[in-house]
Write a protein that binds this ligand. Sequence first.
Ligand SMILES: *Cc1c(COP(=O)(O)O)cnc(C)c1O
Length: 422
Amino acid sequence: MEHYWEKAQQLIPGGVNSPVRSFKGVGGSPFFARQGEGPYLEDEEGRRYIDYVMSYGPLILGHAHPAVVNAASAQAVKGLSYGVPTVLEVEMAELLTQAVPGLEMVRMVNSGTEATMSAIRVSRGVTGRSRIVKFAGSYHGHGDSLLVKAGSGAAAMGIPDSQGVPMALAELTLTVPYNDIEGLKAVFSRFGHEIAAVISEPVAGNMGTVLPSEEFLATIRHLTRQAGALWIVDEVMTGFRVDWGGASRLFGLEPDLVCLAKVIGGGMPVGAYGGKRDYMEQVAPLGPVYQAGTLSGNPVAMAVGLAQLRTIGGPQFYPPLVERTRTLATGLVEAGKRHGIAVSANTIGAMFTLFFRESAPHNFDEVNASDRARYTRFFHGMLEEGIFFPPSPFETAFPSAAHNDETTQATLEAAERVFARI
Ligand SMILES: *Cc1c(COP(=O)(O)O)cnc(C)c1O
């Protein structure tokens, strides 16, 4: 496979089509996947891994679930795209609006990035305002307005977090630490009447899993309402992952706009955004906010997403998966402690992250204060044991319904050996 990796690096930036797949942070080169089956991912050399990356979230039923892959092939033979509406799109819209709080109307897109970019545009369109607020350590895809980090000083203008993002756009994005109620209040007291929307991950998953405080969530809702701004709840990762519907249903949130992707696509390139009817009626062709997509609502993608969501079936699917996730996270922390390692975990639904620090973090600064070098040793140690964790300490691990007692046992036994030498 060295030949292909050489070639990949010549032909594709960094050899990968998304930076998270690179092993740049941990050293070494990624393996090439040949096939997946249930909780296992097999590489081109025939090595089999227990997979906790799971395509970064979509595969909540495991790899190649029969109901999901059969839906893909059954639709594929009837054509891959039509350019006119299908019943599948209506069925998807109906399922999503019934399951997700606040989702009265929904538009399908092709990725999470597209969903958040579009939701931001709607929020600006309906409020006639330009500023948005996001939280440090959150990720909402690679849209220009969202690749922004905090400037210096409290409530300062944002600065680009990537070359190629215009300063003029970055300035419109204000960044507040996650769970920082006072910081959010300060931003609203200074800019409230200029803010189109607050966008937040209802549970942060892209700095590793970090849980919101109830008061933090309540404060976002209160301040946005008071200021006439919208709350965009980005459930791209958490939607149908922490519970049926998502974190909004689990926490009883009242979002104005919601973004979805990952699990709702079952492994196909799918995203969705929607929310209150009044807002979504502003989207073209009904209203003046333009958004479109040649392949949006693609029939194969809809068939696959529907098959996955229907196999999940409802809230009763989640408790065993939540239990397995918790057992795993707790077991890993206990194993680490037995070896004198400072380690903690955050877990919710079917998401967890192990942090090499004494107590579980509440924001990005605390996440950053964990031992990254030790994570790297953990990652490589586990990989040698045939267990695939994300190659970054800032990612979430995703157990699926295909994981079982055997994979949990094997993971904990491997961790015991790895912790002994890291
Ligand atoms: C993955 C993710 C995105 C981006 O989705 P893509 O499909 O990768 O474009 C946006 N928001 C959150 C919370 C995510 O986890």
